[in-house]
Design a protein around this ligand. Sequence first.
Ligand code: NAP
Length: 252
Amino acid sequence: MSKSSTHIIVNGASGRMGTRILALALDDPSISIDGATTRGTSPRIGTSIATRDARSIVMTTLENASFQGDSARVVIDFSSDDGAMAAARFACTHRAALLVGTTAMSARTIDALTQASSSIAVMVAPNTSTGVAVIADAVMRVAKALGPAYECSIVEAHHSAKKDAPSGTAKRLANAARAGGAAVRDDQVLAMRGGDVIGEHTVRFAGPGEYVELTHRATSRDLFARGALRCAAWLSTRAPGWYTMEDMLLSQ
Ligand SMILES: NC(=O)c1ccc[n+]([C@@H]2O[C@H](COP(=O)([O-])OP(=O)(O)OC[C@H]3O[C@@H](n4cnc5c(N)ncnc54)[C@H](OP(=O)(O)O)[C@@H]3O)[C@@H](O)[C@H]2O)c1
C-alpha cells in the first residue's frame, strides 16, 4: 500500500451501504481498508469479508478495530444513531476524520458530532451523491429567481426498508429552497415507501400558469458509495472542523 493511502474504517460494514463502500474500496489502490465494523450482536462478526495484500479483512466491532497508518485516517459511518455516536467517540480517540452518512440522527448524536468537530474533521452527509449536491444548489437559485409567488413542494420515494421519512435529502432540499426565500411548509415535504427504489426526489415550484420541477433519481447504490469514498479521501487530510459536501465540491 502506498504511503499516500487513505486509511478507512467502515462502521455499519454489514449493511447495504457498508457492503458497497467496501466493495468499491477493495478495487481502489489508493485506499487501505483498516477495519470493517458492525454491531456486536451481528452474526457477521468474525467473518472474513475479503483478503487484500495477503491480509484477511475480518468483520469486528469498533472496540476491536484499529488503524494501520498514522495519517489520512477516516472513519466512514453508515449505520444507525447509536452507531454514529460510537463512531464519533472512536474517531476522536484515534485522531481520525469522521464521515457520517447515517441519516435521522438524534439531537444528542448531532451534538456529540458537533463537539467532536473541535478536535477532528467531521462531515455529515445525508446524501453523498454529487448530483444531489448540485441539485440542492440549483434549488436554492431557482427559489430565489422565481420568488414567493411560486409554492414549493418536495416528493421523495425510497425502498420499503428505509427507516426515516421524509428522507434526510428531502429535508436538505427543503432547506435549500428556504435558503432561496421559498416558504416550504413541513406538510409539503412528502414521502412514499415501497419496492426497491434507491432514491428519487422531485422539487416542484408551482406558480401562476406554470410549474417548474427539478428531479434527481439514483439508479445505483454505488453512486452514494463512490461519493462517500470521495468525501472520505478529501476529509482525511482536513484540519479539525465541521465540513459539508458543498465545502468539498467548492474546493476542487
Ligand atoms: N448518505 C447517503 O448518501 C446515504 C445513502 C443511503 C443510505 N444512507 C443512510 O445510511 C444508513 C445505513 O443505510 P443502509 O441502507 O446501509 O442500512 P442497513 O442495510 O440497515 O445497514 C446498517 C448497518 O449498520 C449496522 N449497525 C446498526 N447499528 C450499529 C451500531 N450501533 N454499530 C455498528 N453497526 C451498526 C447494522 O447492523 P445490523 O444488521 O446488525 O442491524 C447494519 O449492518 C441509514 O441511516 C441510511 O438512511 C445514507
